[in-house]
Design a protein around this ligand. Structure first.
Ligand code: NAP
Length: 301
């Protein structure tokens, strides 16, 4: 069970007859930090909204969507297992979500539900702080799951012309590559087995961990062993999508190597910021959202 930070109780949250509903659907949703982050922003702006955890089992998705329609839910976030299953219920899907093949944010329009994927914007946001010529950067993405797809689209949006994806299962890697075959991705995508890492790492200026390796409670694990991390260029960016622990073993090792470390917390915040803007039309207080998460995760001094 999520323990609410004490300061949040002091925030001005008032649910009245006119309060508009937002939420996150998934199974499970108990672990989701989105209610914490969005309600902190809602309270700070004193908006007449509330953001709820909405547990929905895979088999109940159609009934849940019909219910949301009936009660006038304004919009919702989507987590596992509905990110792809939601597609048939949407009357409009953004190009970004089509590129990723998954939706994480839905909102109501006059024509029905619209969907997009804000993970891409969330992933890219911390990288935009670096004034690099991204056309010259060939990112190395570790993992070929759902998050890796958002990372691929994000890297292409940044301007990277070539993207390398590394996995442990050749068949899954091939499936990953095939899904981009007839897409509008503006970058060349190559797939590599993890045994190629010793050759790939020395050229990598951006390495993204899009695997769960190193996530709590397996905090000693790293997607790159000590011999491999030694091959990371000292000026590289090591980006871990994981936000607990913070930093991960991968980021610790990369920093010791002289690399720049980016953790997954900012991606979490920024994908939420993008969704909040869509639902409410307002710029959320980003620092309040970030602070609520850091406080909850015990990352504040
Ligand atoms: P996913 O769809 O299950 O994909 C996980 C990928 O990691 C797969 O390619 C899998 O390989 C690989 N993998 C799993 N265990 C591995 C191991 N022991 N060694 C090597 N590779 C391994 O998961 P996802 O949704 O992409 O999420 C990946 C990570 O990103 C998670 O830690 C998640 O929390 C994080 N994430 C963070 C944010 C954020 O906002 N910061 C957003 C989304 C995701 P196989 O295909 O061979 O099994």
């Amino acid at each position: 069970m999520i323990k609410l930070p004490r300061s949040l109780y002091a925030l001005r949250m008032l649910i009245i007859g006119t309060t508009k509903l937002l939420g996150v659907i998934g199974d499970p949703v108990e672990h989701s930090l989105s209610p914490l982050m969005h309600n902190a922003a809602i309270a700070q702006l004193a908006l007449d909204y509330v953001y709820l955890p909405l547990p929905v089992k895979a088999a109940d998705l159609a009934r849940a969507i019909a219910g949301f329609e009936a009660i006038g839910l304004v919009g919702f976030s989507i987590t596992i297992p509905h990110k792809q299953a939601i597609l048939p219920f949407l009357s409009d899907v953004s190009d970004v979500a089509k590129g990723v093949g998954a939706v994480n944010t839905v909102w109501r329009t006059d024509n029905g539900w619209s969907g997009t994927n804000t993970d891409v914007e969330g992933f890219v946001a911390p990288l935009k702080a670096y004034d690099w010529d991204w056309r010259q950067i060939t990112p190395l993405i570790l993992g070929n799951g759902g998050a890796a797809r958002a990372v691929v689209v994000g890297c292409a949006e940044l301007g990277c012309r070539e993207i390398r994806v590394v996995g442990r299962d050749r068949q899954k890697l091939q499936q990953f590559q095939q899904r981009w075959a007839n897409s509008s991705l503006k970058a060349a995508l190559s797939i590599h087995h993890s045994c190629e890492l010793p050759h790939l790492l020395p050229q990598a200026k951006l390495v993204v961990n899009a695997t769960p390796v190193g996530m709590s409670p397996h905090v000693e694990a790293s997607p790159l062993d000590a011999a491999l991390i030694g091959k990371l260029p000292s000026e590289a960016i090591a980006y871990d999508l994981i936000y607990t622990p913070n930093p991960t073993q991968f980021l610790r090792q990369a920093q010791e190597q002289g690399a720049i470390a980016i953790d997954g917390l900012e991606m979490l915040v920024q994908q939420g910021v993008a969704a909040f803007k869509i639902w409410t039309g307002q710029n959320p207080p980003v620092e309040v959202m970030r602070h609520s998460l850091k406080q909850h995760l015990g990352l504040l001094p």
